[in-house]
Design a protein around this ligand. Structure first.
Ligand code: ZN
Length: 207
């Protein structure tokens, strides 16, 4: 029998503690050995689904000091809500029963930077991808010519992607209403190595 999943607050507490160990060079590298993986041949029970950026500096398991079987991680440039990332998050919620979905952006994100400063030479796919981020930030009122606002864009983009996941998924909305799930946003600060939590995300009814 599987134990009941931890609460969202317990998962956030554990992730915060792992990130504190990582940035203070006290990582214990739990669940990182072959023997751990040998214990998991029949299935997985991760405690959170994390949608993050593909950026090579945002190695999610390492910066939360976690290991095999702990986190269900989805990554794409700019941690956006795409059909693939939404379906992956829904799988983690429906089949793996995760109590927490975290969308985590990061400072210095190239995709968000490109979305804030149009004019880069981009392929058609990237133009579409970055254009989606730009449009969402613009609709949220971000001033692209304001330096402070551009700094705010990394976290704001994560919040907007989290809200889009909720808006796009009847399953996620249902689990939120039942109190079985929380969707949070965060921003990983590359300079301090700190994961800055931005709070639970929601959308207005009918939004
Ligand atoms: Zn990035």
């Amino acid at each position: 029998m599987n134990a009941s999943p931890p609460s969202p607050a317990q998962v956030i507490h554990a992730l915060s503690a792992g990130n504190a160990r990582f940035r203070e060079a006290r990582s214990i590298h739990p669940h990182a050995t072959a023997s751990r993986l040998h214990q998991l041949p029949k299935g997985q029970h991760p405690h959170a689904a994390v949608l993050s950026c593909s950026d090579s500096r945002v190695a999610v398991e390492l910066l939360f000091d976690s290991g095999f079987g702990d986190l269900f991680v989805i990554r794409n440039a700019g941690n956006t809500c795409t059909p693939g990332s939404l379906a992956s998050v829904e799988y983690a919620v429906e089949a793996l029963n995760v109590p927490l979905v975290l969308v985590m952006g990061h400072s210095g994100c190239g995709a968000v930077g490109a979305a804030c400063t149009p004019g880069h030479q981009l392929t058609p796919s990237l133009i579409k991808h970055v254009g989606h981020i730009h449009k969402d930030l613009e609709q949220a009122g971000l001033q692209f010519n304001d330096a402070a606002d551009r700094n705010r864009a990394y976290g704001l983009n994560a919040e907007l992607a989290a809200q889009e996941l909720i808006r796009s998924s009847a399953l996620i909305q249902e689990r939120l209403q039942q109190g079985q799930l929380e969707v949070h946003a965060a921003c990983f600060e590359l300079e301090s190595l700190e994961v800055r939590w931005l709070g639970p995300q929601s959308v207005a009814a009918g939004d």
